[in-house]
Each structure stands twice: as C-alpha cells, then as structure tokens.
Design a protein around this ligand. Structure first.
Ligand code: PLP
Length: 396
C-alpha cells in the first residue's frame, strides 16, 4: 500500500537531537531541543516532582476516566483561572490531554463540531514547527499572521493582518515565551490584540506551553488569559502543557479548557471534548497527571515548584546575559541585544542557514535552521565556547 508515496523526511527538530547524540565530539553543544537543562547541561528532575514521587506511593493501573484525572483537572483549572469571573461562575470546561500537543488537537477538533465551524485557523509566522502540520492534518486551512521583524514582535504587521482575518475563525496565540522568537506582546499590545479579536469575533486558543518561563511566576505569565476573560468577556480555549514547567516532558501531562459564557455551554463543551477524546485516544495517561496533581495540591510541594520555576527561568535569564556580555567582549559584528530583550526558553539569533550549518560542522553546535537557539542549553562550561564559535561564524 505504501509503494505509491514518497519517504517522509525525519522531523527537523527531533533529527537535531539524533545528530547531536551521534556526534562523538566531547565539546558538542545542543541548543536545538526546547527542553530545560541544568547548569551541567543535564536534564533536570524538579525537586518538587521528586517530592511528589515520594508522596505518590502505590497505585493501580486502571484506566482514568475519559476526561482524565479529576484532581489534576481541578487543580490545573484553578491554577489557570482562579480569580476570574469565569472560574467563580463555573463556566469552564476541562479535559486532560496528551501534553500541549494533545491539548491543541483536542481544542481544534472540538471547535470543528460547532455549527458555525471555522474552516480557517490562524497561526503566527514564524511559530512552533508543529502548528502548521497538526492543524492541516485535521483539515483546517492554516493561515499565517506576520509576527516578527528585526529581533522583535512586529505589532503593526500582526494587527494589520489580524484585522483582515475571516470573522469567526480561530487564532492561535502564544500566551508567553513565543516559540521560536522569544518575543511577546506588551500588555498594551495584548489589549489592542484583544480588541481586534473581539470586534471580529475571532476565537482565541491560548497555546500555553511555557507558563512560568518568562517571569518565573506561572500566574504572571498567564496574565493575557485573565485579561481576555475579565476585561473582554470573550470565550476562549487554553491549551496547557506541563512538559516544560514541571519537567514532565515524556509523561505527557496537559489540559485543554474552554472558558465559555454560561455554565450550560461549559457542560456542552465538556461533553464534546469527552466525545472527541474517546474517538481519538480513549483516555489520557495517568502517571504524570498524578504527580502534577500532588505538586499542585500539596502546599509545601507547590511552594517548592514555585521555587523551581524561578530556578529555571532565572538560570536562562542569566545565560542570556552571559552570552550577550561575551559577544560584546569579543566585539562580534552585529546587534545582539535581542538575546537579552527576548524572553522564555528561546532566542532568535537571525543568522543564516549557512551559518547554522557552519556552527554544526565546524563547532559541533546544534540548533534549528531558523536560528532559534534554546538558551537552556547554555551553561558556565560552554557559554564562552559558544560565543567564540558564533563570533568566528559571523566573521567567516
Ligand atoms: N506549543 C508550543 C508553542 C510548543 O513549543 C510546544 C512544545 O515544544 C508545545 C505546544 C507542545 O509541547 P508538548 O506536547 O510537549 O507539551
């Protein structure tokens, strides 16, 4: 059956990790994968997650309900929405998902069930590589909104294009720490974006894969969601991933939620998600959700988690500064201020594909061809070497 189709090339991001692992050089540096690394360049099991594991004890292996682990859904919903009118008035539908990816698929599939089902979905350009692929796979026309120019968010181009978007369509917004650019709208810009969306009846999906990575506070980073709810009083979806902010990458813990305008509608939305979940994966995985639920519901562990978020976001911030200072010291040609003005896990360097290939071939530095670097891959042991490699590359 497969003779008639072409070989599909490997996923560009996962392939960087494969090439990195296959490289035998001792000084190799991986800035490709969007996963946090500690000061020794190693994956980090969060102390809060270790505490939760100790609390977990014995548990069986029964299926979770279709909507997922109730305690996780409740805790994650409270985490995102507490203090909003939608939360107080019980207007939120939620469903546990297979991390952020599963949440986006569930949200987009659920929206397809509406009578006025949108056929278009708007994403930012550039965006996380999977957006285009995942939404077109499930039958949406995927359209792009220009997002980035010269190291910063291109507010004028973005809002001009948003103002032309087809009314009733869905728009995927990155709540914080935009992937890949590291550039987010300011609060004033968010307000303008919100007004345009409300005016045109555009439905926001807040893709929330990095809450806590900008400021170190989950709550502060989730501000745009609360603004849209309380000040604009619109319906929206939030696709939450606990992969990065709890370091539960492989355990696939996420939540999709819809904030609606009435309790009845929330019930309908939840029933739709339940049906979509059943017809796609039946029920979500249990282990990571159990851990996340313990982290969020146990005051001492939750306090530790808040410290863990500060550790991760703080280390990334200090590495931005270290890299920037090294480049200034080397007088590397170009303006590198974007490294410290951008935030979250990524910096978008704006160097060419040829330069990226040179970095990999000559210096054993691995990063995505778009020039996105995962700042979390830097540490005291490799930041100087990377700065020198970058310096040599741009002078080349
Ligand atoms: N959304 C964005 C913008 C991302 O960068 C990612 C992961 O890199 C995800 C969603 C989903 O990640 P996961 O499925 O691992 O939670």
């Amino acid at each position: 059956a497969f003779q008639s189709i072409d070989l599909v090339p490997p996923d560009i991001q996962f392939d960087i990790t494969r090439r990195f692992l296959a490289d035998s050089n001792n000084d190799k540096i991986n800035l490709g994968q969007g996963a946090y690394r500690d000061e020794n360049g190693q994956p980090w099991v969060l102390p809060s997650v270790k505490m939760a594991k100790a609390e977990l004890g014995e548990f069986g292996h029964e299926y979770l309900p279709i909507l997922g682990l109730k305690s996780f859904r409740d805790e994650a919903t409270r985490l995102l929405y507490k203090g909003t009118r939608a939360f107080t008035e019980n207007r939120i539908a939620s469903c546990q998902s297979i991390s952020g990816t599963g949440a986006l698929i569930l949200a987009a599939l659920s929206l397809k069930r509406l009578h006025s089902a949108p056929d278009s979905i708007y994403i930012t350009s550039p965006t996380w590589v999977n957006h285009q692929m995942m939404f077109s796979t499930i039958g949406y026309q995927v359209k792009e909104l220009p997002y980035y120019k010269d190291g910063a968010f291109d507010f004028d181009a973005f809002t001009a294009a948003l103002g032309q978007a087809k009314p009733g369509s869905t728009v995927v917004l990155h709540t914080c720490a935009h992937n890949p650019t590291g550039c987010d709208p300011s609060k004033i810009q968010w307000k303008a974006i919100g007004s345009i969306m409300k005016e045109r009846g555009l439905f926001p999906i807040f893709d929330s894969a990095y809450l806590g990575f900008n400021s170190g506070s989950f709550h502060d980073d989730a501000w745009p969601i609360r603004y849209f709810l309380d000040e604009l009083n619109v319906e929206l979806a939030v696709c939450l991933s606990m992969a990065k902010n709890m370091g539960l990458y492989g355990d696939r813990v996420g939540l999709v939620s819809f904030a609606t305008l009435s309790q009845d509608t929330a019930q309908i939305a939840e029933s739709v998600m339940q049906n979509v979940q059943r017809s796609t994966i039946t029920t979500p995985p249990a282990y990571g959700a159990r851990l996340a639920s313990i982290v969020l519901s146990t005051p001492a562990i939750r306090e530790q988690w808040q410290k863990d978020l500060l550790t991760m976001s703080g280390r990334i911030k200090s590495m931005r500064k270290r890299l920037y200072d090294e480049l200034i010291l080397l007088e590397t040609p170009g303006d590198w201020s974007c490294i410290i003005t951008q935030s979250g896990m990524f910096a978008f360097l704006g160097i060419s594909k040829t330069q990226i290939h040179h970095l990999e071939k000559k210096h054993h530095v691995f990063m995505v061809e778009t020039s996105r670097m995962s700042v979390a891959g830097l540490n005291e042991n490799n930041v100087q070497r990377f700065a020198k490699a970058l310096d040599e590359t741009v002078r080349n």
